[in-house]
Design a protein around this ligand. Structure first.
Ligand code: FDP
Length: 313
């Protein structure tokens, strides 16, 4: 047992994963190790665009390209993944038929934050079934947030748990438990809404003003979904990348971003909405296109209920 730890009594991620099925625990642990090791390579890939465009027509940063390649290769090497669907892959990688998991990847969420040295991360969804399926079939979700400290949050349907990368004096590092069974605080404190406000539904603008005036909430917008989600998870509140007059389906990707973080939000007692008239959670949204986008609204349950009413009014 190492003794140079302020969190000396806190369980490691490996210990915490023990109640899960062995293969699932192995995959989450492997992801944690891969994402931890990746950080030392980031400085080599900070300078600008790779020259490629992804399937959405977006410019791919050098770090996006490297992160995607490295993650896909490393996950395949675990022998636990049979298919990888990634935001940065033109086509899925079908590796074999026998490995237990299908994963979705946003290999570098928040690319525009690379040059400004602001937070970005990785989002992974884990399924036992082949896709497409609704988010209700998700087995587990995990994200890594590269910020002033590095955190990893996972849920396999038994609570939402946060770990922090702890460095030992011998230079090694591992994830130690920081927060277990996280729940959104009852009173939402922060909110952030993406896209051009001039193209928002005017009802969303009215709702946002209400968050200032009546809910007394503060604006926080990170530029990375993982960063914004982490704020809602810790402080309670509301986050959206909405449907707009320019982009009715919004910007976010249903499978790569919204289902995994929507799952964590709901597991932590929050709610999600895909903007549909039927009031769907993003976990119930049916789309046979794994690359589909969806409007996204998430946060404290009462705020989402209020929003749904406000958008109908
Ligand atoms: P990015 O394109 O920089 O990778 O969907 C990806 C995402 O970042 C989210 O992580 C982030 O919340 C959002 O887009 C930022 O979009 P804007 O630059 O339009 O604010």
């Amino acid at each position: 047992m190492r003794t140079d730890v302020i969190f000396m009594d806190m369980p490691t991620l490996e210990t915490h994963l023990k109640p899960l099925p062995k293969d699932l625990a192995q995959l989450i642990l492997a992801f944690s190790q891969i994402s931890m090791d990746m950080q030392s390579q980031f400085p080599k890939y900070l300078s600008g665009a790779s020259g490629d465009r992804n399937k959405y027509g977006e410019a791919v940063a050098k770090l996006d390209k490297w992160a995607n390649g490295h993650l896909c290769d490393s996950l395949i090497q675990t022998g636990l993944v049979r298919t990888i669907h990634s935001e940065e892959l033109g086509e899925p990688i079908y590796h074999n038929d026998t490995s237990p998991f299908v994963v979705t990847l946003d290999p570098l969420d928040g690319s525009s934050n690379i040059v400004t040295n602001n937070s970005f991360g990785i989002i992974m969804g884990i399924y036992r079934d082949d896709l497409p399926k609704t988010g209700r079939k998700l087995t587990a979700a995990v994200y890594k947030l590269y910020g002033p400290v590095n955190t990893l949050v996972y849920s396999a349907g038994m609570g939402v748990h946060e770990f922090v990368k702890h460095y030992y004096s011998d230079g090694s590092a591992e994830f130690l438990l920081l927060n277990e069974n996280m729940k959104l605080p009852k009173k939402g404190e922060v909110f952030g809404i993406g896209a051009d406000p001039l193209s928002w539904n005017p009802r969303l603008m009215t709702y946002a003003k209400d968050l200032f005036r009546h809910e007394k909430m503060k604006v926080r917008y990170c530029g990375s979904f993982v960063g914004d989600f982490s704020q809602v998870l810790h402080k309670g509140g509301f986050f959206s990348y909405p449907s707009t007059s320019k982009d009715p389906d919004g910007k976010f990707r249903l499978y790569y971003e919204c289902i995994p973080l929507g799952f964590l939000c709901e597991e932590a007692g929050g709610a999600t909405w895909d903007g549909s008239a039927s009031g769907n959670s993003v976990l119930d949204r049916i789309d046979n296109d794994v690359d589909a986008r969806t409007p996204l609204y998430l946060g404290n349950k009462e705020l989402i209920e209020k929003l749904k009413k406000a958008m109908k009014a």
